[in-house]
Design a protein around this ligand. Structure first.
Ligand code: ADE
Ligand code: ZN
Length: 328
């Protein structure tokens, strides 16, 4: 059976760097990796929380140096995504994680853009790029990053906020979000992954986000849930990520079903699939099995993904019709 058609809305392109490609790029670029083999690297994918993951994730990015590297990374993701039933992907990238290593922003955006330009024809996937600011860097650095990206804004659909959450609340980034919105960009932010519900409130009320990434800790605040339901603010939930980063002990403990039952506009996504044990359809299958979700609920999740996507209405309706036409 073919996987159900879906949109992927929470996907860090750097988090699709598989060990095979990491070693190939290390060799191509003469970068020494502190791992003897791919298996040795994979064995390091045991995380105690978000920060322990981020430490490895940023260090492995050292292999990404040239436009070709970024294009190869995006092609590899798109090929996987097609196999997973992805018809539309909204893809995060972290410019500061590359510019801080001396890789120019042009290199990153031109490399990714070159691959994404081929995506509709080669992979049958439409795409958007979302530029994320690192919340553990300063608001000034985010502003500088945004200003240096202005020549590329025709390639960028939105801005996001990621990296170490606790202690780095959204409100510090008010100004850069205001500039992004004034430039016509969509706004999203990671909030309520490890951080408290107050960060989700700030993402909504200070940054004015169109979607919340993760948002699972919103369940701790009934008034926040009521707000998210009333406004149908989409939440891009990442179940396998939440277990690998110890937000929940086991997938069976994941509140995805509770969130759906509460009336939240929930989507299922992969976050950093090379590190967390599965791409987006693997997440669908894993929650189906762990939470006993039926086909109708999986169809709701697929429909939600297109409802929550940054698409024009005719394209959205065409994708929703594909979901309805897909029969198990
Ligand atoms: N960067 C990549 N994955 C992330 C996550 N799950 N949370 C915050 N920042 C990230
Ligand atoms: Zn994420």
């Amino acid at each position: 059976m073919s996987p159900i058609p879906k949109a992927e809305l929470h996907l860090h392109i750097e988090g699709t760097l598989e060990p095979e490609l990491a070693f190939a790029l290390a060799e191509r670029n003469g970068v020494d990796l502190p791992y003897a083999s791919r298996d040795d690297l994979r064995a390091a994918y045991s995380f105690s929380g978000l920060q322990s993951f981020l430490d490895l994730y940023y260090s492995l990015m050292a292999v990404l140096r040239t436009e070709d590297d970024f294009a190869d990374l995006a092609h590899a993701y798109l090929a996987r995504a097609r196999e997973q039933g992805v018809r539309h992907a909204e893809i995060f990238f972290d410019p500061q994680a590359h510019t801080a290593r001396g890789v120019p922003l042009d290199t990153v955006i031109n490399g990714l853009g070159r691959a994404l330009d081929t995506a509709p024809e080669t992979y049958g996937i439409t795409t958007r790029l979302i530029m994320c600011f690192l919340r553990d860097e300063s608001a000034e650095s985010a502003l500088e990053t945004f200003e240096s990206a202005r020549p590329h804004l025709h390639r960028i659909a939105g801005v996001g906020l990621d990296s170490a959450e606790v202690g780095n609340p959204p409100s510090a980034f008010r100004e850069v979000y205001a500039r992004a919105r004034a430039a016509g960009l969509k706004c999203v932010a990671h909030a309520g992954e490890e951080g408290p519900p107050s960060y989700v409130w700030e993402a909504l009320d200070v940054l004015g986000v169109d979607r919340v990434d993760h948002g699972v800790r919103s369940l701790e605040d009934a008034a926040l849930v009521a707000r998210l339901v009333a406004d149908q603010v989409p939440l891009t939930v990442c179940p396998l990520s939440n277990v690998r980063l110890r937000v929940y002990d086991r997938l069976a403990d994941h509140p995805l079903r509770l969130m759906l039952d509460a009336g939240l506009l929930v989507t299922v996504n992969s976050d950093d699939p090379a590190y967390f044990g599965g791409y987006v359809d693997d997440n669908f299958t894993a929650v189906r099995d762990a939470l006993g979700l039926d086909e109708e609920t999986l169809r709701t999740l697929a429909r939600n993904s297109f409802q929550a996507a940054f698409l024009d209405e005719p394209t959205r309706q065409a994708y929703l019709a594909e979901v309805d036409a897909h029969r198990a």
